[in-house]
Ligand binder design. Structure first.
Ligand SMILES: Cc1cc2nc3c(=O)[nH]c(=O)nc-3n(C[C@H](O)[C@H](O)[C@H](O)COP(=O)(O)OP(=O)(O)OC[C@H]3O[C@@H](n4cnc5c(N)ncnc54)[C@H](O)[C@@H]3O)c2cc1C
Ligand SMILES: NC(=O)c1ccc[n+]([C@@H]2O[C@H](COP(=O)([O-])OP(=O)(O)OC[C@H]3O[C@@H](n4cnc5c(N)ncnc54)[C@H](O)[C@@H]3O)[C@@H](O)[C@H]2O)c1
Length: 482
Protein backbone atom coordinates (compact mmCIF):
# COMPACT_ATOMS: atom_id res chain seq x y z
CA UNK A 1 0.00 0.00 0.00
CA UNK A 2 1.37 3.46 -0.82
CA UNK A 3 1.91 5.60 2.24
CA UNK A 4 0.14 8.93 2.55
CA UNK A 5 1.48 12.14 4.04
CA UNK A 6 -2.09 13.41 4.44
CA UNK A 7 -3.17 14.33 7.99
CA UNK A 8 -6.16 12.33 9.29
CA UNK A 9 -8.59 15.16 8.41
CA UNK A 10 -7.11 15.44 4.94
CA UNK A 11 -7.90 13.54 1.78
CA UNK A 12 -4.95 11.82 0.16
CA UNK A 13 -6.09 12.68 -3.39
CA UNK A 14 -8.93 15.02 -4.33
CA UNK A 15 -10.12 14.93 -7.92
CA UNK A 16 -12.10 17.98 -9.02
CA UNK A 17 -14.40 17.02 -11.88
CA UNK A 18 -16.10 13.74 -12.68
CA UNK A 19 -15.73 13.57 -16.46
CA UNK A 20 -13.54 11.07 -18.26
CA UNK A 21 -10.28 12.56 -16.93
CA UNK A 22 -11.56 12.73 -13.35
CA UNK A 23 -13.11 9.26 -13.39
CA UNK A 24 -10.00 7.60 -14.80
CA UNK A 25 -7.79 9.48 -12.35
CA UNK A 26 -9.97 8.51 -9.41
CA UNK A 27 -10.51 4.86 -10.29
CA UNK A 28 -6.84 4.30 -11.18
CA UNK A 29 -5.67 6.00 -7.98
CA UNK A 30 -8.13 3.93 -5.94
CA UNK A 31 -6.90 0.76 -7.65
CA UNK A 32 -3.38 1.78 -6.66
CA UNK A 33 -4.54 1.94 -3.05
CA UNK A 34 -5.03 5.68 -2.50
CA UNK A 35 -7.89 7.22 -0.55
CA UNK A 36 -9.62 9.24 -3.25
CA UNK A 37 -12.45 11.75 -3.15
CA UNK A 38 -13.95 12.87 -6.46
CA UNK A 39 -16.03 16.04 -6.55
CA UNK A 40 -18.60 16.53 -9.29
CA UNK A 41 -21.09 19.37 -9.45
CA UNK A 42 -23.42 17.85 -12.05
CA UNK A 43 -26.25 15.55 -10.93
CA UNK A 44 -24.24 12.52 -12.08
CA UNK A 45 -20.64 11.84 -13.12
CA UNK A 46 -19.73 11.17 -16.74
CA UNK A 47 -18.84 14.63 -18.03
CA UNK A 48 -19.26 16.07 -21.48
CA UNK A 49 -18.48 12.90 -23.40
CA UNK A 50 -21.38 11.00 -21.92
CA UNK A 51 -24.02 13.71 -21.51
CA UNK A 52 -23.48 16.28 -24.28
CA UNK A 53 -20.49 15.20 -26.38
CA UNK A 54 -19.27 11.98 -27.96
CA UNK A 55 -22.18 9.71 -27.08
CA UNK A 56 -25.12 11.90 -28.12
CA UNK A 57 -23.33 13.25 -31.21
CA UNK A 58 -22.43 9.78 -32.48
CA UNK A 59 -25.94 8.56 -31.77
CA UNK A 60 -27.42 11.53 -33.66
CA UNK A 61 -25.04 10.94 -36.58
CA UNK A 62 -26.11 7.31 -36.73
CA UNK A 63 -29.80 8.30 -36.92
CA UNK A 64 -28.98 10.91 -39.56
CA UNK A 65 -27.08 8.34 -41.65
CA UNK A 66 -30.10 6.03 -41.59
CA UNK A 67 -32.42 8.87 -42.57
CA UNK A 68 -30.12 9.83 -45.46
CA UNK A 69 -30.06 6.24 -46.71
CA UNK A 70 -33.84 5.94 -46.55
CA UNK A 71 -34.34 9.32 -48.24
CA UNK A 72 -31.87 8.45 -51.01
CA UNK A 73 -34.20 5.70 -52.20
CA UNK A 74 -31.36 3.28 -52.83
CA UNK A 75 -31.72 -0.30 -54.12
CA UNK A 76 -34.89 0.35 -56.06
CA UNK A 77 -36.91 1.35 -53.01
CA UNK A 78 -38.91 4.54 -53.41
CA UNK A 79 -37.19 7.34 -51.51
CA UNK A 80 -39.06 8.24 -48.35
CA UNK A 81 -40.37 11.74 -47.92
CA UNK A 82 -41.84 13.51 -44.92
CA UNK A 83 -40.48 15.13 -41.82
CA UNK A 84 -38.30 13.50 -39.24
CA UNK A 85 -39.71 13.51 -35.71
CA UNK A 86 -36.79 15.00 -33.80
CA UNK A 87 -38.37 13.86 -30.53
CA UNK A 88 -38.04 10.20 -31.57
CA UNK A 89 -34.48 10.73 -32.72
CA UNK A 90 -33.49 12.41 -29.45
CA UNK A 91 -35.27 9.71 -27.45
CA UNK A 92 -32.96 7.16 -29.09
CA UNK A 93 -30.00 9.42 -28.30
CA UNK A 94 -31.09 9.53 -24.66
CA UNK A 95 -31.50 5.75 -24.61
CA UNK A 96 -27.88 5.38 -25.71
CA UNK A 97 -26.76 7.70 -22.93
CA UNK A 98 -28.87 5.80 -20.41
CA UNK A 99 -27.28 2.51 -21.42
CA UNK A 100 -23.76 3.83 -20.92
CA UNK A 101 -24.38 6.00 -17.83
CA UNK A 102 -24.20 3.13 -15.29
CA UNK A 103 -20.51 2.66 -16.19
CA UNK A 104 -19.81 6.09 -14.70
CA UNK A 105 -22.41 6.11 -11.92
CA UNK A 106 -21.77 6.96 -8.28
CA UNK A 107 -22.53 3.32 -7.43
CA UNK A 108 -19.94 2.01 -9.88
CA UNK A 109 -17.33 4.50 -8.69
CA UNK A 110 -18.06 3.75 -5.05
CA UNK A 111 -17.63 0.05 -5.75
CA UNK A 112 -14.27 0.92 -7.34
CA UNK A 113 -13.17 2.54 -4.07
CA UNK A 114 -13.84 6.20 -4.95
CA UNK A 115 -15.77 8.46 -2.59
CA UNK A 116 -17.94 10.74 -4.73
CA UNK A 117 -19.10 14.07 -3.32
CA UNK A 118 -21.67 16.17 -5.13
CA UNK A 119 -20.94 19.91 -5.20
CA UNK A 120 -18.91 22.72 -6.71
CA UNK A 121 -15.26 22.82 -5.68
CA UNK A 122 -13.21 25.99 -5.26
CA UNK A 123 -9.59 26.11 -4.14
CA UNK A 124 -8.95 28.22 -1.03
CA UNK A 125 -5.20 27.63 -0.67
CA UNK A 126 -2.29 25.51 -1.94
CA UNK A 127 -3.54 22.43 0.00
CA UNK A 128 -7.19 23.23 0.58
CA UNK A 129 -10.47 23.72 -1.18
CA UNK A 130 -14.12 23.91 -0.30
CA UNK A 131 -17.10 22.07 -1.70
CA UNK A 132 -20.18 24.29 -1.58
CA UNK A 133 -18.54 25.99 1.42
CA UNK A 134 -17.43 22.80 3.23
CA UNK A 135 -13.63 22.82 3.71
CA UNK A 136 -11.50 19.90 2.51
CA UNK A 137 -7.74 19.59 3.03
CA UNK A 138 -5.74 17.51 0.60
CA UNK A 139 -2.36 15.97 0.24
CA UNK A 140 -2.62 16.18 -3.55
CA UNK A 141 -5.33 17.36 -5.94
CA UNK A 142 -6.15 16.93 -9.61
CA UNK A 143 -7.96 19.59 -11.65
CA UNK A 144 -10.13 17.80 -14.21
CA UNK A 145 -12.88 20.35 -14.79
CA UNK A 146 -12.96 20.05 -18.58
CA UNK A 147 -14.00 22.70 -21.08
CA UNK A 148 -17.12 24.49 -22.26
CA UNK A 149 -18.31 26.02 -25.53
CA UNK A 150 -16.79 29.40 -26.38
CA UNK A 151 -19.22 32.07 -27.56
CA UNK A 152 -17.93 34.66 -30.04
CA UNK A 153 -18.55 38.31 -29.18
CA UNK A 154 -20.97 39.21 -31.95
CA UNK A 155 -23.37 42.10 -31.34
CA UNK A 156 -26.91 40.78 -31.17
CA UNK A 157 -25.96 37.10 -31.14
CA UNK A 158 -26.91 36.54 -27.49
CA UNK A 159 -30.45 37.77 -28.21
CA UNK A 160 -30.84 34.91 -30.68
CA UNK A 161 -30.30 32.44 -27.79
CA UNK A 162 -27.65 30.51 -29.71
CA UNK A 163 -27.47 26.78 -29.21
CA UNK A 164 -24.22 25.04 -28.26
CA UNK A 165 -23.25 21.40 -27.97
CA UNK A 166 -24.45 21.70 -24.36
CA UNK A 167 -27.99 22.77 -25.24
CA UNK A 168 -28.72 21.42 -28.71
CA UNK A 169 -29.95 18.14 -27.19
CA UNK A 170 -32.90 19.99 -25.64
CA UNK A 171 -34.39 21.02 -29.01
CA UNK A 172 -38.03 20.06 -29.32
CA UNK A 173 -38.43 20.51 -33.04
CA UNK A 174 -36.05 20.37 -35.96
CA UNK A 175 -35.03 23.92 -36.95
CA UNK A 176 -36.09 24.54 -40.53
CA UNK A 177 -33.04 26.78 -41.04
CA UNK A 178 -29.95 26.25 -38.90
CA UNK A 179 -26.81 28.38 -39.00
CA UNK A 180 -23.75 26.55 -37.66
CA UNK A 181 -20.82 28.77 -36.73
CA UNK A 182 -17.49 26.92 -36.93
CA UNK A 183 -16.23 24.19 -39.25
CA UNK A 184 -14.23 22.11 -36.76
CA UNK A 185 -15.21 18.62 -35.62
CA UNK A 186 -18.33 19.73 -33.77
CA UNK A 187 -19.52 22.06 -36.54
CA UNK A 188 -19.00 19.49 -39.31
CA UNK A 189 -20.52 16.56 -37.41
CA UNK A 190 -23.62 18.46 -36.30
CA UNK A 191 -24.09 20.34 -39.59
CA UNK A 192 -24.15 17.04 -41.47
CA UNK A 193 -26.45 15.41 -38.92
CA UNK A 194 -29.02 18.23 -38.99
CA UNK A 195 -28.88 18.55 -42.78
CA UNK A 196 -29.57 14.84 -43.14
CA UNK A 197 -32.42 15.04 -40.65
CA UNK A 198 -34.01 17.78 -42.76
CA UNK A 199 -32.79 21.21 -41.65
CA UNK A 200 -31.51 23.65 -44.23
CA UNK A 201 -28.03 24.22 -42.84
CA UNK A 202 -25.57 27.02 -43.47
CA UNK A 203 -22.10 26.28 -42.08
CA UNK A 204 -20.03 29.45 -41.64
CA UNK A 205 -16.32 28.93 -41.06
CA UNK A 206 -13.95 31.82 -40.41
CA UNK A 207 -11.00 30.13 -42.12
CA UNK A 208 -10.45 29.08 -45.74
CA UNK A 209 -11.41 25.42 -45.19
CA UNK A 210 -13.08 22.92 -42.88
CA UNK A 211 -11.28 20.88 -40.20
CA UNK A 212 -8.16 23.07 -40.00
CA UNK A 213 -6.28 20.42 -37.98
CA UNK A 214 -6.50 17.94 -40.88
CA UNK A 215 -4.81 17.83 -44.30
CA UNK A 216 -6.46 19.93 -46.99
CA UNK A 217 -7.44 16.97 -49.20
CA UNK A 218 -9.25 15.28 -46.30
CA UNK A 219 -11.06 18.51 -45.43
CA UNK A 220 -12.05 18.93 -49.08
CA UNK A 221 -13.69 15.48 -49.14
CA UNK A 222 -15.71 16.44 -46.07
CA UNK A 223 -16.73 19.76 -47.67
CA UNK A 224 -17.83 17.82 -50.74
CA UNK A 225 -19.87 15.38 -48.63
CA UNK A 226 -21.51 18.17 -46.63
CA UNK A 227 -22.40 20.04 -49.81
CA UNK A 228 -23.87 16.82 -51.24
CA UNK A 229 -26.04 16.59 -48.11
CA UNK A 230 -27.31 20.10 -48.77
CA UNK A 231 -25.14 22.08 -46.36
CA UNK A 232 -24.34 25.57 -47.64
CA UNK A 233 -20.66 25.83 -46.64
CA UNK A 234 -19.22 29.35 -46.50
CA UNK A 235 -15.58 30.27 -45.85
CA UNK A 236 -14.08 33.49 -44.51
CA UNK A 237 -17.46 33.79 -42.87
CA UNK A 238 -17.27 34.69 -39.18
CA UNK A 239 -20.53 36.13 -37.87
CA UNK A 240 -20.15 39.90 -37.57
CA UNK A 241 -23.63 41.12 -36.72
CA UNK A 242 -27.30 40.43 -36.56
CA UNK A 243 -29.97 42.28 -38.53
CA UNK A 244 -33.67 41.74 -39.09
CA UNK A 245 -32.69 39.88 -42.26
CA UNK A 246 -30.48 37.36 -40.47
CA UNK A 247 -26.89 36.91 -39.33
CA UNK A 248 -24.36 38.95 -41.29
CA UNK A 249 -21.19 37.05 -42.16
CA UNK A 250 -17.70 38.39 -42.85
CA UNK A 251 -17.82 37.19 -46.47
CA UNK A 252 -20.53 39.80 -47.01
CA UNK A 253 -23.38 37.31 -47.13
CA UNK A 254 -26.34 36.96 -44.81
CA UNK A 255 -27.64 33.71 -43.35
CA UNK A 256 -31.31 33.54 -42.47
CA UNK A 257 -31.73 31.13 -39.59
CA UNK A 258 -34.35 29.99 -37.12
CA UNK A 259 -31.59 28.81 -34.78
CA UNK A 260 -27.86 29.40 -34.54
CA UNK A 261 -25.51 26.68 -33.28
CA UNK A 262 -22.13 27.92 -32.08
CA UNK A 263 -19.16 25.53 -32.45
CA UNK A 264 -16.11 27.79 -32.61
CA UNK A 265 -13.96 26.01 -30.04
CA UNK A 266 -14.01 25.36 -26.32
CA UNK A 267 -12.60 27.22 -23.30
CA UNK A 268 -11.26 25.59 -20.13
CA UNK A 269 -13.61 25.53 -17.14
CA UNK A 270 -11.41 27.42 -14.71
CA UNK A 271 -13.46 30.51 -13.90
CA UNK A 272 -14.33 30.65 -10.21
CA UNK A 273 -12.13 27.66 -9.42
CA UNK A 274 -9.82 29.66 -7.13
CA UNK A 275 -6.70 28.60 -8.99
CA UNK A 276 -4.88 31.80 -7.91
CA UNK A 277 -5.39 30.84 -4.25
CA UNK A 278 -3.91 27.43 -5.00
CA UNK A 279 -0.92 28.91 -6.85
CA UNK A 280 -1.90 27.12 -10.06
CA UNK A 281 -0.84 29.06 -13.16
CA UNK A 282 -2.95 29.27 -16.31
CA UNK A 283 -2.07 30.44 -19.82
CA UNK A 284 -3.60 33.37 -21.70
CA UNK A 285 -6.63 31.26 -22.59
CA UNK A 286 -7.21 30.14 -19.01
CA UNK A 287 -5.90 26.60 -19.60
CA UNK A 288 -4.09 25.04 -16.66
CA UNK A 289 -0.37 24.94 -17.41
CA UNK A 290 1.20 21.53 -16.82
CA UNK A 291 4.63 20.03 -17.23
CA UNK A 292 5.22 16.81 -19.13
CA UNK A 293 4.13 14.82 -16.06
CA UNK A 294 0.87 16.83 -15.87
CA UNK A 295 1.97 18.62 -12.68
CA UNK A 296 0.91 22.25 -12.35
CA UNK A 297 2.90 25.17 -10.94
CA UNK A 298 1.73 23.96 -7.48
CA UNK A 299 3.67 20.70 -6.86
CA UNK A 300 0.68 19.28 -4.95
CA UNK A 301 -1.76 19.89 -7.79
CA UNK A 302 -2.02 18.08 -11.12
CA UNK A 303 -4.32 18.58 -14.09
CA UNK A 304 -5.79 16.27 -16.71
CA UNK A 305 -8.03 16.35 -19.77
CA UNK A 306 -9.65 19.27 -21.58
CA UNK A 307 -8.69 21.81 -18.93
CA UNK A 308 -5.02 21.51 -19.97
CA UNK A 309 -3.51 22.83 -23.23
CA UNK A 310 -3.48 19.27 -24.65
CA UNK A 311 -5.85 18.19 -27.47
CA UNK A 312 -9.44 17.71 -26.39
CA UNK A 313 -10.37 14.08 -26.82
CA UNK A 314 -12.02 11.59 -24.51
CA UNK A 315 -9.39 8.91 -25.08
CA UNK A 316 -6.65 11.39 -24.21
CA UNK A 317 -8.53 12.60 -21.13
CA UNK A 318 -8.70 8.97 -20.00
CA UNK A 319 -5.00 8.36 -20.58
CA UNK A 320 -4.22 11.60 -18.75
CA UNK A 321 -6.17 10.24 -15.81
CA UNK A 322 -4.08 7.10 -15.64
CA UNK A 323 -0.82 9.08 -16.11
CA UNK A 324 -1.72 11.52 -13.33
CA UNK A 325 -2.83 8.77 -10.96
CA UNK A 326 0.43 6.84 -11.43
CA UNK A 327 2.54 9.96 -11.03
CA UNK A 328 0.63 11.35 -8.04
CA UNK A 329 0.10 8.12 -6.11
CA UNK A 330 3.23 6.14 -6.92
CA UNK A 331 5.63 8.97 -7.67
CA UNK A 332 6.24 7.66 -11.19
CA UNK A 333 7.31 10.02 -13.96
CA UNK A 334 4.99 8.97 -16.76
CA UNK A 335 5.09 11.55 -19.55
CA UNK A 336 2.09 13.03 -21.34
CA UNK A 337 4.21 13.70 -24.43
CA UNK A 338 4.77 9.95 -24.80
CA UNK A 339 1.08 9.43 -25.49
CA UNK A 340 0.20 8.93 -29.14
CA UNK A 341 -3.15 10.61 -29.87
CA UNK A 342 -5.21 9.28 -32.77
CA UNK A 343 -8.22 11.38 -33.74
CA UNK A 344 -11.42 10.88 -35.70
CA UNK A 345 -14.03 13.26 -37.02
CA UNK A 346 -17.17 11.20 -37.37
CA UNK A 347 -18.64 12.81 -40.46
CA UNK A 348 -19.59 10.61 -43.39
CA UNK A 349 -16.92 9.98 -44.65
CA UNK A 350 -14.96 9.81 -41.43
CA UNK A 351 -11.55 11.45 -41.19
CA UNK A 352 -9.10 9.54 -39.01
CA UNK A 353 -5.47 10.36 -38.39
CA UNK A 354 -2.54 9.40 -36.20
CA UNK A 355 1.10 10.45 -35.98
CA UNK A 356 2.63 12.56 -38.74
CA UNK A 357 0.11 13.75 -41.31
CA UNK A 358 0.98 13.34 -44.98
CA UNK A 359 1.42 17.14 -45.27
CA UNK A 360 3.81 17.11 -42.30
CA UNK A 361 5.53 14.01 -43.69
CA UNK A 362 6.19 15.64 -47.09
CA UNK A 363 7.51 18.78 -45.39
CA UNK A 364 9.91 16.62 -43.39
CA UNK A 365 11.01 14.64 -46.45
CA UNK A 366 9.28 11.42 -45.38
CA UNK A 367 7.90 8.92 -47.83
CA UNK A 368 4.13 9.12 -48.28
CA UNK A 369 2.17 6.27 -49.87
CA UNK A 370 -1.46 6.59 -50.73
CA UNK A 371 -4.18 4.22 -51.89
CA UNK A 372 -7.36 5.62 -53.36
CA UNK A 373 -10.42 3.77 -52.16
CA UNK A 374 -11.53 3.12 -55.74
CA UNK A 375 -8.79 0.45 -55.53
CA UNK A 376 -10.24 -1.03 -52.31
CA UNK A 377 -12.75 -3.74 -53.15
CA UNK A 378 -14.93 -3.23 -50.08
CA UNK A 379 -15.29 0.46 -50.93
CA UNK A 380 -16.21 -0.49 -54.50
CA UNK A 381 -18.69 -3.10 -53.26
CA UNK A 382 -20.38 -0.51 -51.06
CA UNK A 383 -20.14 2.23 -53.71
CA UNK A 384 -18.15 4.34 -51.27
CA UNK A 385 -14.96 5.05 -53.16
CA UNK A 386 -14.79 8.68 -52.04
CA UNK A 387 -11.84 8.16 -49.72
CA UNK A 388 -8.19 7.27 -49.41
CA UNK A 389 -5.66 5.72 -47.07
CA UNK A 390 -2.24 7.26 -46.65
CA UNK A 391 0.79 5.98 -44.78
CA UNK A 392 3.75 8.14 -43.80
CA UNK A 393 7.03 6.20 -43.53
CA UNK A 394 10.43 6.93 -42.08
CA UNK A 395 13.72 6.09 -43.83
CA UNK A 396 13.57 2.49 -42.58
CA UNK A 397 10.05 2.18 -43.96
CA UNK A 398 8.46 2.16 -40.52
CA UNK A 399 4.99 3.66 -40.19
CA UNK A 400 5.14 7.08 -38.50
CA UNK A 401 1.74 8.39 -39.51
CA UNK A 402 -1.54 7.58 -41.22
CA UNK A 403 -4.54 9.45 -42.57
CA UNK A 404 -7.67 7.61 -43.61
CA UNK A 405 -10.82 9.14 -45.08
CA UNK A 406 -13.81 6.92 -45.70
CA UNK A 407 -16.59 4.99 -44.02
CA UNK A 408 -15.40 3.42 -40.76
CA UNK A 409 -12.01 5.14 -41.06
CA UNK A 410 -12.12 5.43 -37.28
CA UNK A 411 -11.93 1.64 -37.02
CA UNK A 412 -8.91 1.44 -39.34
CA UNK A 413 -6.97 4.04 -37.40
CA UNK A 414 -6.64 1.73 -34.39
CA UNK A 415 -4.43 -0.59 -36.40
CA UNK A 416 -2.46 2.37 -37.77
CA UNK A 417 -2.00 3.68 -34.21
CA UNK A 418 -0.57 0.32 -33.16
CA UNK A 419 1.80 0.45 -36.15
CA UNK A 420 2.96 3.99 -35.32
CA UNK A 421 3.30 3.32 -31.59
CA UNK A 422 5.27 0.11 -32.10
CA UNK A 423 7.23 1.47 -35.08
CA UNK A 424 5.96 -1.35 -37.27
CA UNK A 425 7.70 -1.63 -40.64
CA UNK A 426 5.91 -1.94 -43.93
CA UNK A 427 7.22 -5.51 -44.34
CA UNK A 428 5.84 -6.47 -40.91
CA UNK A 429 2.46 -4.97 -41.84
CA UNK A 430 2.51 -6.87 -45.14
CA UNK A 431 3.18 -10.07 -43.20
CA UNK A 432 -0.12 -9.76 -41.31
CA UNK A 433 -2.87 -11.40 -43.34
CA UNK A 434 -5.88 -9.10 -43.46
CA UNK A 435 -9.37 -10.49 -43.99
CA UNK A 436 -10.95 -9.68 -47.33
CA UNK A 437 -12.84 -7.51 -48.14
CA UNK A 438 -12.53 -4.78 -45.52
CA UNK A 439 -11.87 -1.07 -45.56
CA UNK A 440 -8.63 -1.94 -43.72
CA UNK A 441 -7.42 -3.33 -47.05
CA UNK A 442 -6.60 0.30 -47.85
CA UNK A 443 -3.93 0.17 -45.16
CA UNK A 444 -2.70 -3.25 -46.19
CA UNK A 445 -2.69 -2.40 -49.90
CA UNK A 446 -0.67 0.74 -49.19
CA UNK A 447 1.88 -1.39 -47.34
CA UNK A 448 1.88 -4.12 -50.02
CA UNK A 449 2.35 -1.53 -52.79
CA UNK A 450 5.27 0.01 -50.93
CA UNK A 451 6.81 -3.41 -50.25
CA UNK A 452 6.51 -4.39 -53.93
CA UNK A 453 8.17 -1.16 -55.03
CA UNK A 454 10.98 -1.88 -52.55
CA UNK A 455 11.31 -5.40 -54.00
CA UNK A 456 11.49 -3.86 -57.48
CA UNK A 457 14.25 -1.45 -56.47
CA UNK A 458 17.78 -1.95 -57.83
CA UNK A 459 19.56 -3.16 -54.61
CA UNK A 460 16.90 -5.74 -53.75
CA UNK A 461 16.53 -6.71 -57.42
CA UNK A 462 20.22 -7.60 -57.70
CA UNK A 463 20.07 -9.71 -54.50
CA UNK A 464 16.96 -11.52 -55.79
CA UNK A 465 18.59 -12.06 -59.21
CA UNK A 466 21.67 -13.53 -57.52
CA UNK A 467 19.51 -15.87 -55.40
CA UNK A 468 17.62 -17.01 -58.50
CA UNK A 469 20.88 -17.65 -60.38
CA UNK A 470 22.24 -19.74 -57.47
CA UNK A 471 18.98 -21.69 -57.30
CA UNK A 472 19.08 -22.37 -61.08
CA UNK A 473 22.72 -23.45 -60.94
CA UNK A 474 21.97 -25.87 -58.08
CA UNK A 475 19.04 -27.43 -59.92
CA UNK A 476 21.13 -27.84 -63.08
CA UNK A 477 23.97 -29.39 -61.06
CA UNK A 478 21.45 -31.73 -59.40
CA UNK A 479 20.10 -32.81 -62.79
CA UNK A 480 23.64 -33.50 -64.11
CA UNK A 481 24.46 -35.64 -61.06
CA UNK A 482 21.15 -37.45 -61.28
C1 LIG B 1 -20.27 17.64 -29.24
C2 LIG B 1 -18.98 17.00 -28.82
C3 LIG B 1 -18.59 15.82 -29.41
C4 LIG B 1 -17.39 15.22 -29.03
N1 LIG B 1 -17.04 14.06 -29.64
C5 LIG B 1 -15.89 13.46 -29.28
C6 LIG B 1 -15.53 12.24 -29.88
O1 LIG B 1 -16.23 11.70 -30.73
N2 LIG B 1 -14.37 11.67 -29.49
C7 LIG B 1 -13.56 12.25 -28.56
O2 LIG B 1 -12.51 11.69 -28.25
N3 LIG B 1 -13.89 13.41 -27.97
C8 LIG B 1 -15.04 14.03 -28.31
N4 LIG B 1 -15.40 15.19 -27.69
C9 LIG B 1 -14.49 15.76 -26.69
C10 LIG B 1 -14.70 15.08 -25.31
O3 LIG B 1 -16.05 15.16 -24.95
C11 LIG B 1 -13.81 15.75 -24.27
O4 LIG B 1 -12.48 15.75 -24.70
C12 LIG B 1 -13.88 15.00 -22.93
O5 LIG B 1 -15.21 14.92 -22.47
C13 LIG B 1 -13.03 15.73 -21.88
O6 LIG B 1 -13.12 15.10 -20.64
P1 LIG B 1 -12.72 15.86 -19.30
O7 LIG B 1 -12.86 14.88 -18.20
O8 LIG B 1 -11.44 16.56 -19.47
O9 LIG B 1 -13.81 17.00 -19.13
P2 LIG B 1 -15.38 16.91 -18.90
O10 LIG B 1 -15.96 15.71 -19.52
O11 LIG B 1 -15.93 18.22 -19.33
O12 LIG B 1 -15.56 16.74 -17.33
C14 LIG B 1 -15.34 17.79 -16.45
C15 LIG B 1 -16.29 17.63 -15.28
O13 LIG B 1 -15.93 18.56 -14.26
C16 LIG B 1 -17.11 19.05 -13.64
N5 LIG B 1 -16.76 20.33 -13.01
C17 LIG B 1 -16.34 21.45 -13.61
N6 LIG B 1 -16.05 22.40 -12.69
C18 LIG B 1 -16.29 21.84 -11.48
C19 LIG B 1 -16.16 22.30 -10.15
N7 LIG B 1 -15.72 23.54 -9.87
N8 LIG B 1 -16.48 21.46 -9.15
C20 LIG B 1 -16.92 20.20 -9.40
N9 LIG B 1 -17.06 19.71 -10.65
C21 LIG B 1 -16.73 20.52 -11.67
C22 LIG B 1 -18.08 19.18 -14.80
O14 LIG B 1 -19.42 19.18 -14.34
C23 LIG B 1 -17.74 17.94 -15.65
O15 LIG B 1 -18.55 16.84 -15.29
C24 LIG B 1 -16.59 15.81 -28.04
C25 LIG B 1 -17.00 17.00 -27.41
C26 LIG B 1 -18.17 17.58 -27.79
C27 LIG B 1 -18.61 18.84 -27.11
N1 LIG C 1 -14.78 13.49 -33.19
C1 LIG C 1 -14.12 14.06 -32.19
O1 LIG C 1 -13.14 13.53 -31.66
C2 LIG C 1 -14.60 15.36 -31.67
C3 LIG C 1 -15.87 15.81 -32.00
C4 LIG C 1 -16.25 17.03 -31.52
C5 LIG C 1 -15.41 17.76 -30.72
N2 LIG C 1 -14.20 17.29 -30.41
C6 LIG C 1 -13.27 18.08 -29.59
O2 LIG C 1 -13.88 19.27 -29.17
C7 LIG C 1 -13.04 20.36 -29.47
C8 LIG C 1 -13.86 21.56 -29.82
O3 LIG C 1 -14.54 21.36 -31.06
P1 LIG C 1 -14.97 22.59 -31.96
O4 LIG C 1 -15.40 22.05 -33.27
O5 LIG C 1 -15.87 23.49 -31.21
O6 LIG C 1 -13.62 23.42 -32.07
P2 LIG C 1 -12.42 23.39 -33.10
O7 LIG C 1 -11.39 24.26 -32.51
O8 LIG C 1 -12.08 22.03 -33.50
O9 LIG C 1 -13.03 24.10 -34.40
C9 LIG C 1 -13.55 25.40 -34.34
C10 LIG C 1 -13.70 25.92 -35.76
O10 LIG C 1 -14.38 27.16 -35.67
C11 LIG C 1 -13.70 28.10 -36.48
N3 LIG C 1 -13.99 29.41 -35.91
C12 LIG C 1 -13.40 30.02 -34.86
N4 LIG C 1 -13.99 31.20 -34.61
C13 LIG C 1 -14.99 31.32 -35.51
C14 LIG C 1 -15.99 32.29 -35.74
N5 LIG C 1 -16.08 33.38 -34.98
N6 LIG C 1 -16.86 32.09 -36.75
C15 LIG C 1 -16.78 30.99 -37.53
N7 LIG C 1 -15.86 30.03 -37.35
C16 LIG C 1 -14.99 30.18 -36.34
C17 LIG C 1 -12.25 27.68 -36.43
O11 LIG C 1 -11.53 28.18 -37.53
C18 LIG C 1 -12.38 26.16 -36.44
O12 LIG C 1 -12.45 25.65 -37.74
C19 LIG C 1 -12.18 19.91 -30.62
O13 LIG C 1 -10.90 20.49 -30.51
C20 LIG C 1 -12.10 18.44 -30.48
O14 LIG C 1 -10.90 18.08 -29.86
C21 LIG C 1 -13.77 16.10 -30.88
Amino acid sequence: MPTSSARPDEVELVVVGGGTAGILTATTAAALGARVVMIERAPAPGGDCLWTGCVPSKSLLSAARSVAAVRAGAHGLPGATGDVDLGSVLAAVQAAIDRIAPDDSVETLTAAGVEVRRGTARFTGPRSLEVDGVPVGFDQAVVATGSEPRLPAVPGLAELAPLTSDTVWGLETLPARLLVLGGGSIGCELAQAFARLGSHVVLAEVGPRLLPQEDADAAELVRHALTFDGVDVRFGAAAVGVTAGGVTLADGSTARADRVLVAVGRSPRTAGLGLEAAGVAVDGQGRVLVDDHLRTSNPAVWAAGDVTPHPQYTHLAGVHGSVVAANAVLGLRRRASAVLVPRVTFTDPEVAAVGLSPEQGRTQGRRVVRVEHRAVDRAVAEQRTDGFTTLVLDRRRRVVGALVVGPRAGETIGEAALAVQRRVSVSALVGVTHPYPTFNDGLWNAAVGEYRSWLGGRPVRSVLDALRRIRRARRQAGRRLG
